[in-house]
Design a protein around this ligand. Structure first.
Ligand code: SF4
Length: 467
């Protein structure tokens, strides 16, 4: 069985022609069938009613159409839409559709999770799960078109979950399908690949003849600061990345998320201008999405404007973007992380309710501790827990501070690396007459509940709007 949606248009044309010939079908059928892959997509071959019923049945058996099933759709008041796609193997990825005038930009994912652990990113917290296939990447666009053909994106950006250049083989094929006249037919200049600077794949992207756009996730003007925000700096250092951009031949965009007190000082704008000016780069200034990093804050509006003005004074073209989808979980990876936390809460509460013992485990996010790569690299985290003499961890954060027992004293144990909020303490107090395993389980369930409940209200409202 051929996964025809994973083939670039030339290859799918050859495979289809061969299959039709083997069945003794006329060659013109290929001209009827191929547009149904990307140009006028159908959800199943049954919907291609211009084809004879016997041929549709044969197509369904030999060349089935892979689908992503929509597990959640949220619509923001500003028109931004977020989709969570179920991949059928227990994994899920997100896409965000951002309408602006006549332009509809779809932000798509290239990996499930991400191994790079940038401190401001919800996807980074999740850890890496797996790469997406060509079909899983491009079908994010196809599924949006199947929902409503009027939603067909005019622009596509690889800025969703994952680092696209760490999944180059699949992204390479996806770029071809998105751009090809027999594929989705989106102009190369309307397709942007965003990367932290994976140099070997960046060179391969630069060799492609199409005018795909490149955005570099910069976020810090010096190697030291970038190292603290983005552990990848250790492998691909800023000077080498800037050199690669200078050889890119096409204009690049520098993405810069403004984080209060970290990278938003005017001196840092001066340093950023020194990097951007020789490249003639456009600088995209992005407010930190509050859902992306609970322990970091977006810069105040006045400081963002001053930062933008400072760049312009240096002759650098800079644009201060608006945060979109604030009333939905629109930060990259945020929806997936929150839904997983909710599922975990339900699961734990159910187990507590039936009095089942629960192994202690990370209550907050699935996957490995996202701070591990930074710790291994000797990078100091930007949070109060990493500073010497600072008080212990706060809400739901890992750390070495002692937890407080139900009786009010301090204790340490296998399940005590997570400190308790006031709500948790009260829960534990109420449960102090229970078996110890149930008490511990209740504390963990309370932690998960607190995380998941942060945006339940706004999500419910947005889902009501979308239904
Ligand atoms: S910002 Fe991009 S590269 Fe960094 S952790 Fe998030 S998805 Fe990965």
């Amino acid at each position: 069985m051929v996964d025809i949606l994973s083939l670039v248009p030339n290859a799918s044309g050859v495979a289809l022609a061969q299959w039709l010939e083997e069945r003794g079908e006329p060659a013109y059928r290929a001209r009827q069938i191929l547009p149904r892959l990307w140009q006028r997509p159908v959800g199943s071959w049954d919907d291609a009613t211009e084809l004879p019923a016997a041929l549709r049945r044969a197509l369904a058996g030999a060349l089935p159409l892979r689908r992503l099933s929509l597990s959640t759709r949220q619509v923001s008041q500003d028109g931004t839409e977020k989709f969570l796609w179920d991949l059928g193997d227990g994994e899920a990825v997100e896409s965000v559709l951002i309408p602006e005038g006549k332009r509809r930009t779809l932000c798509i994912s290239s990996q499930v999770g991400c191994a790079l652990g940038c401190v401001f990113c919800a996807t980074g917290r999740m850890g890496f799960r797996r790469n997406l296939s060509v079909a899983e990447i491009v079908c994010q666009v196809r599924e949006v078109m199947l929902l409503d053909v009027a939603l067909k994106p005019t622009n596509v950006v690889f800025m969703g979950m994952g680092e696209p250049l760490l999944n180059w083989e699949a992204v390479d094929g996806a770029l071809t399908i998105l751009n090809h006249a027999d594929g989705v037919a989106i102009g190369a200049r309307h397709i942007t690949v965003s990367t932290v600077g994976i140099l070997p794949s960046l060179a391969k992207l630069a060799q492609r003849p199409e005018q795909f756009r490149l955005a570099l996730s910069l976020h810090a003007p010096t190697p030291e600061l970038r190292h603290a925000l983005m552990p990848i700096e250790k492998k691909y250092a800023l000077p080498a990345v800037m050199e690669a951009l200078a050889r890119f031949r096409r204009r690049v965009t520098l993405e810069y998320v403004l984080i209060e007190g970290k990278n938003d000082a005017l001196e840092q704008a001066d340093q950023l201008a020194q990097l951007a000016r020789p490249l003639g780069a456009l600088v995209n200034l992005l407010p930190l999405h509050p859902g992306g990093a609970p322990d970091l804050s977006p810069s105040p509006r006045a400081r963002m404007i001053a930062f933008e003005r400072r760049l312009r004074r240096h002759g650098v073209e800079a644009v201060l973007r608006r945060s979109r989808g604030l009333d939905i979980s629109a930060a990259c990876g945020q929806l997936r992380v929150e839904l997983e936390a909710r599922r975990k809460v339900r699961h734990r509460l159910r187990r507590v309710a039936i009095g089942e013992d629960i192994d202690p485990g990370p209550p907050q996010y699935p996957g490995p501790d996202p701070r591990e790569p930074r710790r291994a690299a000797g990078v100091q985290d930007f949070d109060r827990h990493a500073r010497p003499g600072a008080p212990g961890p706060g809400h739901g954060e890992r750390g070495a501070a002692p937890a407080v027992s139900a009786a009010g004293g301090e204790r340490r144990g296998a399940g005590d690396q997570y400190p308790m909020s006031a709500f948790q303490k009260s829960t534990v107090s109420r449960g102090s007459g229970q078996r110890p395993s149930i008490t511990r389980a209740m504390r963990r369930a309370a932690t998960c509940f607190r995380i998941a409940s942060r945006s339940w209200g706004t999500r419910a409202a947005s889902e009501r709007r979308s239904s």
